[in-house]
Design a protein around this ligand. Structure first.
Ligand code: CDP
Length: 228
């Protein structure tokens, strides 16, 4: 079967990465979680003191992103993980502190240009599933299959709360819901590459779908695209 590019965009915590991972594993494709890259830049900024409650050094972040090394590699659990300057950061980048600053970092045009360039290189050979906010609109406008995922804010907050809880992060549900709503707003209203549905994207509202129902539905879409 021919290899295609699958672009998955949508609101935060709709399960884009979970679906992308399942698809990549079953099709033997590469999976790239582009949000993890914006999160890694944010984590670096926090660690280096470029970002704090009272301070946000845009210029230093822009210089830092030019030299940061980001690589998706298989870790010891045989799952694809993001390595930042050689160290795995998969769980650190999911913290609430990173979530609270990431949309501000992702709104910086120079940072987007750098990360989009890296993302396009990763997809040069096709056979890739990439998830994010601007994959079908900006990164791969010619992707063969574009999916736009959505679900109610409450459903998404519940899922994210459970994920954080499982990872030992005991946070307040209302704080998670507030973060989701605030990121929806920031991501959809920013000037550079706002989150919006590509005209040719297929909408996947998974508020009432199980993971396996969703997976079967999307596999059907892929088969149809690969036969075109
Ligand atoms: O996992 P979740 O859906 O909550 O978010 P994520 O995919 O990890 O992305 C974190 C943040 O990065 C988003 O809220 C966006 O602000 C930003 N992002 C972006 O601007 N463009 C992308 N292609 C991916 C993420």
């Amino acid at each position: 079967m021919k290899k295609i590019i699958i672009a998955i965009d949508g609101h935060s915590s709709t399960g884009k990465s979970t679906l992308a991972k399942q698809l990549a594993a079953s099709l033997n494709y590469i999976h790239v979680d582009s949000g993890a890259m914006y999160r890694a830049v944010t984590l670096f900024g926090l660690k280096e003191g470029l970002i704090s409650e009272t301070h946000f050094d845009v210029n230093a972040l822009i210089s830092a992103v030019q030299t940061l090394q980001m690589e998706f590699k298989t870790n010891e659990n045989q799952t694809t993980a993001l390595f930042l300057n050689g160290s795995e950061v998969s769980s650190e980048i999911r913290s609430m502190t990173v979530s609270n600053f990431v949309s501000q970092v992702a709104a910086i045009p120079e940072i987007r240009i750098r990360l989009v360039e890296a993302q396009r290189q990763m997809g040069a050979k096709k056979g890739i599933v990439m998830d994010g906010r601007d994959i079908g609109t900006v990164v791969f406008p010619n992707a063969e299959l574009k999916i736009f995922m959505t679900a109610s804010a409450e459903t998404r907050a519940k899922r994210r709360f459970e994920e954080l809880f499982k990872n030992g992060q005991h946070v307040d549900y209302d704080a998670v819901l507030a973060n989701i709503k605030s990121r929806d707003f920031k991501d959809s209203t920013r000037k550079k590459s706002p989150l919006k549905q590509a005209k040719d994207a297929l909408v996947l509202d998974n508020s009432a779908l199980t993971q396996s129902e969703q997976f079967d539905l999307v596999l059907g879409w892929i088969n149809a695209k690969c036969q075109e």
